[in-house]
Design a protein around this ligand. Sequence first.
Ligand code: ADP
Length: 709
Amino acid sequence: MSSNSGIQIPSRLPLLCTHDGVLLPGSTMRISVDTARNMQLVKSRLLKGTSLKSTIIGVIPNTRDPEHDSDELPSLHSIGTAGLAVQVVGSNWPKPHYTLLITGLCRFRVTQLLKEKPFPVAKVEQLDKLEQHTEGDQADGELGELSQRFYQAAVQLVGMLDMSVPVVAKLRWLLDSLPKETLPDVLASMIRTSNKEKLQVLDAVDLEERFKKALPLLTRQIEGLKLLQKTRKLRPDDDKRVLAIRKGGVFPGRQFSLDEEGEDEDSDDTAMLEKKVKAAAMPEAALRVCLKELKRLKKMPQSMPEYALTLNYLEMMVELPWSKSSTDCLDIRAARVLLDNDHYAMEKLMRRVLEYLAVRQLKSTLKGPILCFVGPPGVGKTSVGRSIARTLGREFHRIALGGVCDQSDIRGNRRTYVSSMPGCIINGLKTVGVNNPVFLLDEVDKLGKSLQGDPAAALLEVLDPEQNHSFTDHYLNVPFDLSQVLFIATANTTATIPPALLDRMEVLQVPGYTQEEKVEIAHRHLIPHQLEQHGLTPQQLQIPQDTTKDIISKYTREAGVRSLERKIEAICRTVAVKFAEGHKVSRAESPTEQHADQNTENKKEDSGIAAPPEMPIVIDPIALKDILGPPVFEMEVGGIKDKVLAAHRANLKRVIIPKRNEKDLEEIPPHVRADLDFVFASTLDEALNAAFDGGFPAAVSHLQVVSKL
Ligand code: ADP
C-alpha cells in the first residue's frame, strides 16, 4: 500500500540497524545504541539536528549482531519502520552508549542505499499512510470483516483485564478511537509475541495479510489468559487479582506486555499484607487508607521507587498497636513498696508520684498535668520513670529530646522520599507494641529550634489531652490516638523549657544528694545492682562504706550518682576479670600485714600457678587506687571558649581558669588571647589572689585549700 496522500516522511532516511526487538508503527520502544555506525547516527543526526525532520530515522530490524564492529555493512532487512526519536540518553557506563526512545510512525521499504559511512543513508518508499483518520473510514468486504473480528478479539482481551488499572482503561478507550487498520501493529507490540512474529507483522505490507498474521497471535493471548484465570479460580484468594500489566503505558507511550509470569510472588506478598491490614484492628480511617494503598501497590511494578515507599508505609501501619494495650495493674500499696525499694532519699517525690498514680487509678481519663522531674544529671529522674512503668505494669520507652530541633523528628516526614520516616512518638509506639506505654520525654529543656518548625509546638500537640486523641504524624497521615499514653518529662532546668510546654507540666524538683545519701544509695542500690550485672556476689566482693566515701569525695564531683555508679562498675569489672584469671587483687588486712603477705604472693606468681582469689575481695584504699588510679583533685570545666569570648566582649582584662583547662586556650582566636591576661589556678589561694588586686590577705599560707576545680 503506497501512499500518495497524507503526511510524508523524508524520502531519504538515515538507518539505525537493530538486532534485538522489532519496532512496529504505533508503538514506542527503547533501543540501546552502541555500535560505531549507530553511535555516529545519534551524534550527527539526533544530537546536532535541530529540525523535527532530523529526529526521524529509519529503524531496520533483524540486522546481524555485529560481534566486531566490522567495516562492512551487514545485509539489511528491506522493510523498516520510520521512527521519531523522542528521547536520547547518553551514558559512559559500562561503555559509551546511548539509549533512544523511539515511536514508530510507518513502514518503509529501502529502495536504494545512498551511503554506508559513517552511517547508512537510504532512499526510501513510504508504505503506510500517515494521516489523521476520520470516522467512517471503514473498509468493506473481507478486509472489513477481518478488521471487525480483530477489533472484537481485542475488546475481548481488554475485557479480561482489570478495568480499574488506568492503563487498561486507556487501552479500552484507544481500541475505539484508533483507526482499525492500526490495531494489528499496536496489539502485536503489546501482547506476548516473539521477534520473529513481530517481523512477520512488519513484513505484512498488505493490510489484509497483516490482520491475518496478527489475529492468531491475539487469539493465542486470549486463550492463554483464559487458562490462567481458570487455574487462578481454584485459588480463592487470588481471583480478584489484577492481571499483570508489567510495564504500564500504552500507545503512544511505552510498550507493555501481558506477561503473567513472575507475578505470583508479588501477589503472595500483597495477599499476606492484606491479611495483616485486616487483622491490625485499626480505626476506620486508617483501614480505608491502607486498603487504598494496597490496591495501588498491587498495580505497581516492583521496579518503581514508589513500590518500596508504599510497601514500607503499609508494613509500618500494620505493625502499629492501634488497639493493642497492656492491662494496668496498679495497687497503690504495692506501688509504694516498689517505689521505695527502687529509690532512696526521694520521699517527697515518691509521695507526689503515688498521688498522681492514685488519681489516675480513680479516674482513668485524667487530663491532669504532665509530671516533669527537674534536677541535675544522675539523680534518678529516668530511673523513677522506669519504676513508674513497672509499678503500673506498663511498657517503658525513653525518647531523647536533647538536640531535637526539627518538627519532623516529632511528627515525621511526609511520605515523599524512600527515606521518609515517622517521628519519634510513632516509632516509639511501634517499638513497644502497645498503645498505653509510659513515654519518658527526656531532656525537654534541650529542645532546639530551627527553620524546619518548632518541635515544641509539635510536642505540645502530643501532650494536649484535647488534641492527642487524634495526633497526626506526617508520615502516617492518619490520626493515631495517644490518649492512653502516660507521658513523663525530665529536664536539668526549667529555665530553658519552652514556656508553653512548661505551662502543661507539674515540675517536681529532684535535688542532688548529700555525701551520706550517696553512700546509702551506693550500698542499697548501686553496688548490689552492679554485682548482679557482673555475676558477682557479696561473698566475692565487698566495698566498705569508707571506700565508698573515698570514691565520692576523691573520684567524683557531681550532684547525682552517675559517676559514682560508673566507678563502682569499674571496680566490679576489674574484680570479675581477676576472678576469671584466678588472681587476687587485694586483701582486707592492714597495710603492714599486706606488705608482709606480698612476698608469699609474689612467690606464688613466680611459680607460675595462678592462685584462686581469696574471698571476699575487699576494696581497701590501696586496691581502690590500683583500680581507679590516683584521686582526681583538679578537674576541668566545660565551655571555656564561650566564657572567654564573653569576658572579652565585656571588656574584662583578666581571666582565671582552672589549670587543667590550659589546653582549651588553643580554640580561642589569637587576637582575643592577646588582649587578655590569663591566670591558671589549681588552688583556691591562687584563684583568690589573682581575683583581687594586690592579693587576698586572708588567703595567705594557712588557707591551703586544694581546689577541686
Ligand atoms: P537522671 O535521669 O536523673 O540523669 P538516672 O535515672 O539515669 O539519672 O540515674 C543514674 C543512676 O543512678 C541509675 O542507675 C539510678 O538507678 C541511680 N540512682 C539515682 N538516684 C537514685 C536513688 N535515689 N536511689 C537509687 N538509685 C538511684
